[in-house]
Design a protein around this ligand. Structure first.
Ligand code: SF4
Length: 412
């Protein structure tokens, strides 16, 4: 039964480019966040040009989805002029929120927007209610609370403020305090706090005695080596009901560099979880079902992170640096073939006849079919083949009529 009084937090999803943004929206995001070409913390990603930002906002607003722009880089003195110019450039785009960390951005935004909705970034590392309320006085509407706090503290903070509290529920974790990591800057000259993180925490490390430079001892965590700073991925899916009850306003998924298949699968699972919560159906079986779905997505071992762990050892108890890939992403919907009256599939990874393909579509349960025929579409000469290779466009009669944004995967 639907409980209309229940707090159902907003599902906030990353978008690295316009294409991925469409997947985020199709799979059930309530809001998306994205970066422009400057002053955001994913300076190495695709990011959105000014025109793309405008298109993204217009697209989302037509679908009733909110859009937040990330302007959460720290600002140096010699960048203030450039920042003003950039804000001027984007000033007539109607963003629903601005994710910031440097107070200079907060101050300047008021010159360009009437009552901008300010969201304080995880970079600021807000860990207590006094800080939350200070940011409220400065004009913030929402705080992304530090990933490093405990659940009991989160509940206390929410009781002591009336502004929105957002938390990360899924994605990569920093082994250091968010917003305070200098490792990448030290190791690679790339400043994580300026959007240039080289992910040095994922690198392989050796042991060296100080009197014997260049003599490196292997330290073995697993058969691939030792990755002392390499954290697991955060996943709070099975805690969403607790967090919603506690009064969290928004659940945020990490990953502005992620692919369409990652976004589709992750958002699908979290949307479903929120729907179950709304209908009072989020029981043990549903949690297990959705965790199984999340496990199909490429990921590192999951952890419930600092908020729910008593012993942080689990955070680093990882199996090497690599991702766990239980499923191969093999293709996605790519329009319709008039000739066959069936969807076209753009192949992303090789598959063959005889394999079972699982299809995930927005708001539907996954279904599985065996592939008996692959029709390769090549200009005017279609032909059948036992194998589909990356970048082929194919028709799969066995798959039938799938919806736009469908993705296809195969169990490894
Ligand atoms: S090096 Fe690792 S811990 Fe540091 S900011 Fe980058 S991802 Fe986070």
């Amino acid at each position: 039964m639907v409980n209309d009084n229940k707090n159902i937090p907003e599902l906030l999803v990353p978008a690295g480019n316009l294409k991925i943004l469409e997947y985020a929206v199709a799979y059930g995001a309530d809001a998306v966040y994205m970066g422009g070409k400057e002053f955001n913390l994913r300076s190495l990603g695709d990011n959105f040009s000014r025109d793309e930002l405008e298109k993204a906002v217009s697209y989302c607003h037509k679908k009733n989805v909110k859009t937040y722009i990330t302007l959460n880089s720290i600002i140096f003195e010699n960048e203030i002029k450039k920042l003003i110019e950039y804000l001027n450039t984007i000033s007539n785009i109607q963003f629903d929120g601005f994710i910031i960390s440097d107070p200079a951005v907060l101050k300047l935004l008021n010159n360009f927007y009437k009552k901008p909705n300010i969201h304080i970034s995880t970079q600021v590392n807000v860990t207590n209610s006094m800080s939350v309320n200070l940011y409220k006085e400065l004009g913030a509407k929402r705080i992304n609370i530090a990933r490093e706090i405990k659940f009991n503290d989160l509940k206390e903070i929410i009781k002591k403020t009336d502004i929105e509290i957002e938390i990360f529920v899924h994605g990569a974790l920093c082994i250091s305090y968010s917003g305070r990591c200098m490792l990448s800057k030290y190791m690679a000259g790339r400043d994580a706090n300026r959007g240039e993180c080289a992910h040095s925490c994922r690198w392989k490390y050796y042991l060296m005695e100080e009197e014997r430079p260049n003599l490196f001892f292997n330290i073995i965590q697993d058969n691939k080596g030792t990755f002392i700073y390499n954290s697991r991925d955060l996943c709070l899916l099975d805690k969403l009901d607790l967090l919603a009850d506690a009064g969290v306003s928004a659940f945020k998924i990490e990953g502005r560099m992620k692919t369409e298949s990652y976004i589709a699968q992750t958002v699908w699972a979290y949307r479903k979880a929120l729907d179950y919560i709304k209908n009072d159906e989020f029981d043990k079986d549903k949690k297990a079902f959705l965790m199984n779905e999340l496990n199909k997505c490429s990921h590192r071992n999951y952890t419930s992170g600092f908020m729910f762990l008593n012993n942080y050892k689990e955070l680093e108890d990882n199996e090497g640096v690599g991702y766990i890939k239980n499923y191969r992403f093999v293709g996605l919907y790519n329009g319709k073939s008039e000739k066959y009256g069936l969807p076209l599939v753009l192949v992303k990874n090789q598959f063959k006849t005889g394999e079972n393909i699982e299809i995930l579509e927005p708001q539907k349960l996954p279904k599985e079919v065996r592939i008996r025929e692959i029709i390769i579409i090549k200009n005017n000469t279609d032909f059948t083949s036992g194998t589909a290779n990356p970048n082929d466009t194919v028709v799969l009669r066995d798959v039938g009529d799938i919806n736009p944004y469908a993705i296809l995967r195969i169990k490894e």
